[in-house]
Design a protein around this ligand. Structure first.
Ligand SMILES: [Cu+2]
Length: 125
């Protein structure tokens, strides 16, 4: 009887371990998802660091997404000169702002808190 009980305990432990492993795998999948967009468009990321947009000029295709992430301790905004997209709110540290680009063309944007910070978006067909 004792053998059966300990075997049951081992099985229960194995199940628990498998469950934990599955949870980790599921989490890993979620983290990877933003880099593997279902549309097949590549990830276009602009980092805001030391009061500059990096890269300052980005070339994307119409329909692509662009993500800005603020790596500064200061708040920054993203404002389109040509009103290509709606102005972002003030981004806190590590906060992101995402747009989907539309018509082809060359667009400029700046940070309304620090207007000397500018960037260019080139949208190809
Ligand atoms: Cu700024």
């Amino acid at each position: 009887m004792t053998t059966v009980t300990s075997r049951n305990k081992s099985m229960a432990l194995l199940c628990a371990i498998s469950f934990v492993n599955l949870s980790i795998l599921a989490l890993g999948g979620e983290v990877k998802d933003p880099n593997n967009t279902s549309t097949g468009s590549k990830q276009n990321r602009i980092e805001i660091k030391d009061f500059a947009f990096n890269p300052q000029t980005i070339t994307v295709k119409s329909g692509d997404k662009i993500t800005w992430v603020n790596r500064d301790e200061e708040p920054h905004t993203i404002v389109s000169v040509e009103k290509q997209f709606k102005k972002s709110s003030a981004l806190d540290t590590d906060q992101e702002f995402i747009i989907t680009v539309g018509a082809p063309g060359t667009y400029t944007y700046y940070c309304s808190v620090h207007p000397k910070m500018t960037g260019t978006i080139v949208v190809e067909k």
